[in-house]
Design a protein around this ligand. Structure first.
Ligand SMILES: [Zn+2]
Length: 118
């Protein structure tokens, strides 16, 4: 991978990181526990609120997972290990990185891992 390509992936990762952090901050309110307000909130809207909160927690969790992936990809760029599979250390196919710059495994290892976990 050329230094220019590496820089480009670094920028992609950093901008995704920035937008995830911003969304995460904005979403903090919606993951707070549902506060019961007996006077104004009926049973149905309370269930709505709880469901909405559960969904917000789930998407917050996914954002955290993605932030971690990005964080470790940025560390690999720092260490000069970016673009290599964490398992077999082969170069990761470039279009695969184009699709997901934070991807840590080559296609072979990723699909092997999926098979073993199912
Ligand atoms: Zn691999």
């Amino acid at each position: 991978m050329s230094p220019e390509q590496l820089q480009r992936f670094k920028r992609l990762l950093e901008s995704e990181q920035q937008s995830l952090l911003a969304t995460r901050q904005a979403a903090k309110d919606s993951t707070r526990p549902v506060v019961l307000d007996q006077s104004s909130v009926g049973r149905l809207s309370r269930m709505d609120a709880m469901q909405g909160q559960a969904m917000a927690v789930e998407s917050q969790r996914r954002r955290d997972v993605q932030l971690q992936r990005i964080q470790s990809a940025l560390e690999r760029i720092q260490n000069g290990e970016y673009g290599y599979c964490l398992v077999c250390e082969e170069e990761i196919y470039l279009p695969r990185l184009e699709t997901d710059p934070a991807v840590p495994l080559c296609l072979d290892c990723a699909s092997r891992r999926e098979q073993s976990s199912t």
